[in-house]
Design a protein around this ligand. Structure first.
Ligand code: SF4
Ligand code: SF4
Length: 480
């Protein structure tokens, strides 16, 4: 029994009482997963090629001259499928983000963390790129362990050095790709080819991204999914007994134990033995170091490596595949087939409503975004002829792929409007600013703050109407 105040001893036999990646003192236990092989690993390999092509090809693909995807937070300019979005499209962003989150919730409630194991860039790059290079250079699990235990020698130094050099180069490529997504390919080209003194910030980010990715894939690894990623934490709130996850069929597998070749399945069943031969193959391939036979755990990224490993064992002992498989808890416990639950139907309804809202926003999105704000400083000026004037700052965003000539007309009250600097012509997908002077005779003003309506015209058609105020002197009430 522990003394009061003493730290409770870790129960290594209870999987809930310790992390598979930490020892009793909390020190990191390095994981050396066995390289998987099998139908799911083959499918993941094909999918990885496709995802890598999209990931690394993304910045090079342009649609109507715009990147396929660009998240230029510096210039606050975003491109999605070649369509440019501006900060003024904040409602589109907010709804799009909500749709994305709801989509994740629906997908997770239905299929668990399939996204993590199959399509998340962290897992794709870690398990299918960096880990494979590691297998290539250092060999599979036993050879990696032996190399780690071996004293330093020229051979070990060469292997470790080659691996880390390659990891660093790859991290540099990934870091540059991320930078291209943020600033665009043209700007990245400038950073690389121009005088470095003019791009110190860009070069600093290039180095930072490279170091972060190198640290992530060379050292931090599965801990990103276990300790940092909020999505993994959300799992427990989104999964239920109907969710399809990578699961061990304990009804079929237990009681686990070695299987003698001389024993037939009915004989084994008669003495209470299940199909699990306790070979630990499913544990040795797991990139997060867990034993899926303990049930669904937060660390499981649904990578399916354990399914492949167990299927291979089942093939060898001539038992049906699928002791570990995609199944829901109810599927395993009660043999229930997957079905649309009321909770999932509710999520889907919210998802559809958000998708409809986003579609409506995109379809009614204005071509030109206009803001007209009073210039800071002087409230108003009075000309020698008595007319009062206010100065405004006009900001126009052309969201179309064509240049747009724009004309402003003062619609209320009577007066004149002059765009300082002449005719307004907004280049395609660009922003422009101008100063606007509005002059109004005092008799046309109702009070100190008079509502002002400005019509915005393009090609003779009114495309927008701006409401603002015109400030003049306060009109004193007439006293008798
Ligand atoms: S691979 Fe299959 S048979 Fe081997 S321990 Fe895991 S569940 Fe049991
Ligand atoms: S338990 Fe299986 S599916 Fe989950 S992370 Fe480990 S190997 Fe992948």
């Amino acid at each position: 029994m522990n003394k009061p105040g003493a730290v409770k001893a870790v129960d290594r036999a209870d999987f809930r009482d310790h992390l598979p990646t930490a020892d009793d003192q909390g020190r990191r236990q390095w994981i050396y997963p066995q390289q998987p092989s099998g139908r799911y690993y083959r499918a993941r390999t094909w999918l990885t090629w496709l995802l890598l092509a999209v990931m690394f090809g993304g910045p090079f693909v342009t649609i109507h001259g715009n990147p396929l995807l660009m998240i230029n937070v510096i210039d606050r300019k975003f491109s999605v499928l070649g369509v440019i979005f501006w900060p003024q499209d904040n409602l589109v962003f907010a709804l799009g983000f909500l749709l994305f989150l709801t989509g994740i919730a629906v997908f997770t409630a239905a299929f668990g963390r399939l996204w993590c194991g199959w399509t998340c860039p962290q897992t794709v790059l870690m398990e299918m790129v960096f880990r494979r290079l590691e297998y290539l250079i250092e060999g599979d699990r036993p050879r990696q362990r032996a190399l780690e235990r071996a004293p330093w020698s020229p051979g070990k130094l060469a292997r470790k050095g080659a691996k880390h050099a390659l990891f660093f180069v790859l991290s540099f490529v990934i870091g540059n790709t991320l930078l291209a997504y943020i600033v665009g390919l043209d700007e990245l080209r400038q950073i690389v080819t121009d005088d470095p003194r003019r791009h110190l910030a860009g070069l600093a980010f290039m180095l930072l991204f490279t170091l972060v990715f190198y640290g992530l894939f060379a050292r931090f690894r599965e801990q990103a999914c276990t300790f940092i990623c909020p999505y993994g934490r959300l799992q427990s709130t989104l999964l239920d007994e109907h969710t399809i996850v990578v699961a061990y069929d304990y009804k079929r597998g237990e009681k686990r134990g070695p299987w003698s070749r001389r024993e037939s399945p009915p004989q084994r069943a008669a003495r209470g033995g299940g199909d699990c031969v306790n070979c630990f193959k499913c544990v040795s391939v797991c990139p997060t170091g867990i034993d899926i036979r303990n049930g669904t755990q937060m660390e499981c990224v649904n990578c399916t490596a354990c399914i492949d490993a167990c299927d291979e064992v089942m093939d060898r002992i001539h038992r049906p595949r699928g002791l570990i498989r995609f199944a829901s808890l109810n599927g395993i416990e009660k043999g229930e087939r997957p079905r649309l639950t009321p909770r999932l139907a509710g999520y889907c309804a919210v998802l559809l409503a958000l998708a409809a809202g986003l579609a409506a926003l995109l379809l009614t999105r204005s071509d030109v975004d206009i803001t007209l704000l009073r210039a800071p400083g002087v409230l108003f000026n009075q000309a020698p002829d008595g007319k009062l004037s206010n100065l405004y700052l006009l900001k126009l965003t052309n969201k179309t792929r064509y240049d747009r000539p724009v004309e402003l007309k003062l619609e209320h009250p009577a007066g004149s409007l002059t765009v300082l600097g002449g005719q307004l012509n907004i280049p395609a997908e660009k922003q422009t600013e101008a100063s606007v002077l509005v002059e109004i005779a005092p008799e046309n003003l109702a009070s100190g703050n008079t509502p002002l309506v400005v019509g915005v015209y393009s090609a003779g058609k009114r495309i927008d109407k701006i409401k603002t105020v015109f400030i003049g002197p306060r009109k004193e009430p007439i006293r008798n």
